[in-house]
Ligand binder design. Structure first.
Ligand code: PLP
Length: 405
């Protein structure tokens, strides 16, 4: 073994000892509530495919039609010759859906966060993040070089302290530094919601900007299912709406929605947009089909079904410290210890249920959890089986007695 590989092997071993080693599991089926891993059929309660669109014939057909017409590769970055009609159509559809002047799409949500934050802020600016924002925002924060302040999760008093501190710094004369507050509308690992209206009021008071990541809310909340910004009638007050097309929308790609000026600025300055090849036209067409479905009467019914299932599971599992009532389709079952969470996930998997242990670095050390997500595509019988299996696995046997449920 080379010295290089020896070092990496030692580092991997250390991860193993901490219960933090990870591996990709390869599905030999499509993404759906019923999957197969190495020949084992599993009921999938770990996907973010909330509306069951990831394997929907309407999206598949849209992708096939665009692929037949425009090909598989986009050939270049968006600004060279990679902007094909499906990209333009997706951005028009997104802006109309979100009710904003304009929209810009990226290859992923990760790239959208990096593109926006790094282009909008520089070293002399301030960035204030909720403690639990997604890693893509944290990485973008490091990359942009702005002074970083983190406020306690959903804590308005702490946010105001941070805003006051930053605003104080900017009275020192010279050019006025920018202050950007970033939060999520639905938090990806806790499934709770941010107090968006109060945050918008605070950022106005301190003349800051607000960016809201709607990754887990787009397609799921409000009469038009645009997300929580629109549902709270805050569209005009949130400067930067971010999201992904990879969760409820059933395709892939990230987006930023907002004013025409914001989108034109990002087209010119967002490096993850400029220096990256445009996504395949088929993927863009699938996302457009997903957005169209979400806005249809059938989309409304599908979304209502999801909330019915969430309500039912929330009630059945209340004693396992689920949020009451759940505020999203993400229902984390807190465990704490990493090794215990992994052991519980393994026992569930033996019984045909995929409900993975989420550990550091996705969540803080010592706050490992089983992250349960529901999809409108789950059947009632599957939900019953989930609840029964969880009850017997979490409370019965040696492991259950030791858990913090
Ligand atoms: C998934 C996710 C992203 C990243 O989106 P991708 O399209 O998967 O890169 C960003 N923010 C949050 C909160 C997410 O959960």
């Amino acid at each position: 073994m080379t010295a290089f590989d020896e070092e990496l092997t030692a580092r991997l071993e250390s991860l193993r000892q901490q219960g933090l080693h990870r591996q990709c599991r390869v599905l030999d089926s499509a993404q759906s509530p019923r999957i197969s891993v190495a020949g084992q059929p599993l009921l999938n309660f770990s996907s973010n495919d909330y509306l069951g669109l990831a394997n929907d014939p309407r999206l598949q057909e849209a992708a096939i039609a665009a692929t037949l017409r425009y090909g598989t590769g986009s050939g270049a970055s968006r600004l060279i010759c990679g902007t094909l009609e499906p990209h333009a159509q997706l951005e028009r559809e997104l802006a109309a859906f979100k009710g904003t002047e304009a929209a810009i799409t990226f290859s992923t949500g990760y790239a959208a966060a990096a593109g926006a934050i790094v282009s909008l802020l520089g070293k002399s600016d301030f960035l204030i993040l909720d403690k639990l924002v997604h890693a893509c925002v944290v990485d973008a924060a490091r990359l942009c070089g702005a002074t970083l302040r983190v406020f306690a999760h959903n804590d308005l008093e702490d946010l105001e302290r941070k805003l006051k501190w930053c605003a104080g710094k900017r009275q020192a004369g010279g050019p006025k530094p920018r202050i950007l507050v970033v939060t999520e509308s639905v938090f990806s690992m806790d499934g709770d919601q941010a107090p968006l209206r109060a945050i918008a009021e605070l950022k106005d008071q301190y003349e800051a900007w607000l960016m809201v990541d709607e990754a887990h809310a787009t397609g799921l909340y409000g009469p038009g299912r645009q997300g929580l910004v629109a549902a709270g009638q805050l569209t005009g007050r949130v400067e930067i709406q971010m999201g992904t097309l990879s969760k409820a929308v059933g395709a892939s790609g990230g987006f930023i929605c907002g004013s025409r000026a914001l989108v034109d600025f990002l087209v010119n300055c967002a490096r993850s947009f400029i220096f990256s090849t445009a996504p395949s036209p088929g993927v863009a067409a699938a996302a457009t089909a997903g957005l169209k479905f979400i806005q249809s009467a059938e989309g409304a019914a599908r979304c209502e079904r999801l909330w019915r299932l969430v309500g039912g599971v929330g009630e059945s599992l209340r004693r396992y410290r689920l949020a009451d009532p759940p505020r999203s389709a993400i229902l984390p079952l807190p465990v704490g210890d990493e090794a215990r969470a992994v052991a519980l996930a393994a026992r569930l998997r033996e019984q045909g249920i995929l409900l993975p242990a989420i550990r550091y670095p996705t969540v803080a050390r010592g706050s490992a959890r089983l992250r349960l997500t529901l999809s409108a595509a789950h059947t009632e019988a599957e939900i019953v089986r989930l609840v029964e299996t969880l009850k017997s696995t979490l409370t019965g046997g040696g492991l259950g007695a030791e858990t913090r449920f």
